[in-house]
Design a protein around this ligand. Structure first.
Ligand code: DX5
Ligand code: ZN
Length: 229
């Protein structure tokens, strides 16, 4: 996995058909997804429950791009090894999920996976100031985590500030929540390079009619790229 700042679209399979993950993953990849975003929720850190390491290991068999695993769980540390073994390329943990995010990022890198750190909308950019050399990705939540299809919360100023703090470091800025062709441009212009999108990718399509996934991915990418060109 090499580093670049080109716009990458990461469909969140939270909006996929839960009875057909394998075909959904292959469909979005065939339709141009750069990464596949996997939302792990525990019903404790966030008010929703999704899937654990065995499901993620099953997804891995279908992902040929990058499997980007977003852990919305607390505690995180006892499960890092299991998600790494499940084949996550990137494991992202929340700053708010415990008192030792520094140790968590070290542990993630210790497994050989890339380490991401996520910030809820109410958490300032400064929370990651001392973590920038330990992180491969900063995930800026633009909804309160827990559900797909929520209304976008504007975090453009936070993204701009993070971009400045990151400087030349090879650290991605990922946006998660409410990304669509209307919200993507301001985020890309502010310095985001990975755009997670659930409802805006899966809407209008299905595994047997996946062309809309491609149209949706291209529309988000084009809007974002136009803003950085
Ligand atoms: C929210 C998840 C997101 C979610 C995004 O807690 O982390 O990845 O699936 O969904 P949309 O794009 O529908 O807001
Ligand atoms: Zn997510």
């Amino acid at each position: 996995m090499s580093f670049d700042r080109k716009i990458k679209i990461a469909p969140s399979i939270l909006s996929a058909d839960f009875a057909d993950f394998g075909r959904e993953i292959r469909a979005v990849e065939d339709q141009g997804a750069d990464w596949v975003h996997v939302d792990v929720m525990d019903g404790h850190f966030v008010p929703n429950i999704t899937f654990g390491p065995p499901a993620v290991a099953a997804f891995r068999k279908h992902v040929t791009t990058v499997m980007d695993v977003h852990l919305m769980i607390a505690p995180v540390d006892p499960y890092i090894e299991a998600f790494a073994r499940a084949g996550a390329d990137i494991i992202t943990a929340h700053v708010e999920a415990g008192p030792h995010i520094h140790r968590t990022l070290q542990a993630i890198r210790g497994t050989g996976a890339r380490a991401g750190v996520a910030l809820n909308p109410g958490t300032p950019a400064d929370a990651v100031e001392h973590l920038l050399d330990l992180a491969d990705l900063i995930c800026v939540m633009t909804v309160n985590p827990g559900f797909g299809g929520q209304r976008f919360i504007d975090m453009t100023a936070k993204v701009r500030r993070l971009r400045q703090m990151i400087g030349d470091r090879p650290v991605h800025i990922e946006i998660d929540g409410g990304v669509d062709p209307s919200t993507a441009p301001q985020l890309a212009a502010a310095g985001a390079d990975v755009l997670v999108a659930g409802s805006a990718v899966f809407r209008g399509g299905s595994v047997s009619n996946s062309a809309p996934y491609g149209d949706n991915i291209r529309a988000i990418r084009a809007a974002a790229q136009a803003a950085v060109a």
